[in-house]
Design a protein around this ligand. Structure first.
Ligand SMILES: Cc1cc2nc3c(=O)[nH]c(=O)nc-3n(C[C@H](O)[C@H](O)[C@H](O)COP(=O)(O)OP(=O)(O)OC[C@H]3O[C@@H](n4cnc5c(N)ncnc54)[C@H](O)[C@@H]3O)c2cc1C
Length: 461
């Protein structure tokens, strides 16, 4: 019996198990997950309103990028396509100069695609536009290798564009600090544009291909539906999904890998390590100390997501966007807030506004350290400042995501390459998967899991 053990039952690990069953090389597939249920960071639960009614609202991720193939394809394979929906409102706002303004429609991750775009001017102001025009006119040398996002883009676009557009967008997606973030790893298209040298605005415009269809999609029942459906299908294919079962050790006896759980030792012909990088590193400490040491270099950041429901009548308008980003210069605690019941028609009960506000980023640990009361007070203060909401919310839910966001520092992809090369020597039948390596979103996580299982299946075939 060829056995694959998948360590971690988040979407990356489940996708690895799915790919393994599609390929059929491993006759036995076992998924180990310490939590009582699979899904990891994909979680949807009921937000209870004062009248006892409930809304199914995501606690973390609320959508996946549909312009990448991995999540869309997996949903199709699982028969979920008809259950997918997309946001009713596509655009978001940014809080600058004391008010909310629309993010320009035409940017590449916040980099304007034209310097004379009136929507860009509305966010940057005349001085910001002058900075942008001057910085973009310089004949910049081609970027070689990697760079930190902030310093490079300040040089090529001016500080205001970074502070008001690129920083809030990339900082928001990664809970990161653009000054300590790898351009190559978090924004490969921008890195390619910078590698051409000259005007980054023009090179970015050339990177953007016309695209059709929704940008984001999600199952109507919430992002958890994807992992629930995946788990159901895995079970029906005979995969052993063992919840409340962590992997506690990993060793190799030369011929096979041995994965230890609290109750047994499992011999494995191949292993996908799809636990977060910290846990993966600890498991590798004995069998590949060098890989373990390298993985320990991946920092993680904690965030808190506060979901609040307000009586709609208490909220001044206009509610004409999917949400807002808040640049660091605004001095708020929140980094962003999605206007969930505006963004998603199925969260709109006609009476409430559902807001999901995020707290915490690289350099700000309040998402982990603040009490629930402190977080609520800070979020209410910030929603008053940004949206003018004076009233108290009628429902509040606080979700902590501890050490949830891996930080891709400059040189991150080299680090990942070193880990991969080390493991190829130390443990050739083991692969890593998950959001810590080559993309933090759901599609990248699915892709990493499937790739890992595909490579191992080829090796064992
Ligand atoms: C607040 C938040 C909002 C997000 N929003 C979006 C979004 O809107 N769109 C998007 O595309 N992405 C979003 N993401 C990212 C997305 O959630 C991740 O890409 C994805 O869920 C990561 O999946 P994963 O399987 O790599 O990791 P995880 O979901 O972390 O799964 C890893 C699993 O390993 C398990 N594990 C840990 N230790 C062990 C052990 N010793 N043995 C066995 N198993 C172990 C864990 O319990 C966990 O279940 C968001 C993330 C967060 C935190």
């Amino acid at each position: 019996m060829t056995r694959l053990v998948v360590v971690g039952g988040g979407v990356a690990g489940l996708s690895a198990a799915w790919e393994a069953t599609c390929r059929g090389v491993c006759r036995e597939v076992v998924v180990l997950e310490p939590a009582p249920q699979t899904g990891g960071k994909l979680r949807t639960s009921d937000l209870v309103l004062p009248d006892g009614s409930t809304l199914r609202v995501d606690e973390g991720a609320d959508a996946f990028l549909a312009r990448r193939p991995e999540a869309v394809a997996l949903c199709a394979e699982l028969g979920l396509t008809d259950e997918l929906t997309s946001p009713t409102v596509g655009r978001a706002k940014v809080f600058v100069d004391g008010e909310l303004r629309f993010l320009p429609a035409r940017t590449l991750l916040g980099v304007p695609l034209a310097t004379d775009d009136p929507e860009v001017a509305a966010v940057l102001g005349p001085e910001g536009v002058a900075e942008l025009v001057a910085a973009d006119a310089v004949d910049h040398p081609p970027l070689v290798g990697d760079a930190a996002v902030g310093p490079l883009l300040r040089e090529r676009l001016g500080a205001t564009t970074v502070d008001r557009l690129v920083g809030p967008l990339l900082g928001g997606i990664n809970a990161g600090d653009v000054d300590r973030m790898s351009l190559r790893a978090v924004a490969p298209q921008l890195a390619d544009a910078a590698a051409q040298g000259g005007s980054l605005v023009q090179a970015s415009a050339a990177q953007v291909a016309p695209a059709e269809g929704p940008v984001f999609q999600t199952p109507l029942a919430g992002s958890q539906r994807l992992v629930e459906r995946l788990t159901e299908e895995l079970l029906s294919r005979g995969v052993q999904v063992r919840t409340t079962t962590p992997a506690t050790g990993l060793a190799t006896d030369g011929a096979r890998l041995q994965v230890t759980t609290p109750s047994e030792q499992l011999g494995a012909d191949a292993v996908v390590l799809a636990a977060p990088a910290g846990a993966a590193g600890r498991l590798l400490a004995a069998a590949s100390p060098t890989a373990a040491r390298l993985l320990a270099q991946v920092d993680h950041v904690s965030v808190a997501f506060l979901t609040l429901a307000f009586d709609r009548a208490d909220v001044p308008g206009p509610l004409d966007a999917a949400g807002m980003l808040v640049p660091r210069a605004a001095g708020t605690t929140i980094t962003a807030a999605s206007w969930g019941s505006v963004k998603w028609a199925h969260w709109d009960d006609g009476r409430h506004l559902v807001v999901r506000a995020s707290v915490g980023h690289d350099g700000d640990d309040r998402g982990r350290t603040s009490t629930d009361d402190e977080l609520l007070a800070a979020v209410r203060r910030d929603l008053r400042t940004t949206m003018g909401i004076e009233a108290a919310p009628v429902a509040v839910r606080t979700t902590r995501w501890t050490d949830a966001f891996p930080q891709y520092r400059p040189g991150h992809l080299d680090l990942v390459r070193q880990v991969t090369e080390t493991l190829a020597v130390d443990l050739p039948h083991l692969r890593l998967a998950g959001m810590a390596y080559e993309g933090v979103g759901i599609p990248a996580s699915i892709g990493s899991g499937r790739r890992a299982a595909a490579e191992l299946s080829d090796l064992l075939a």
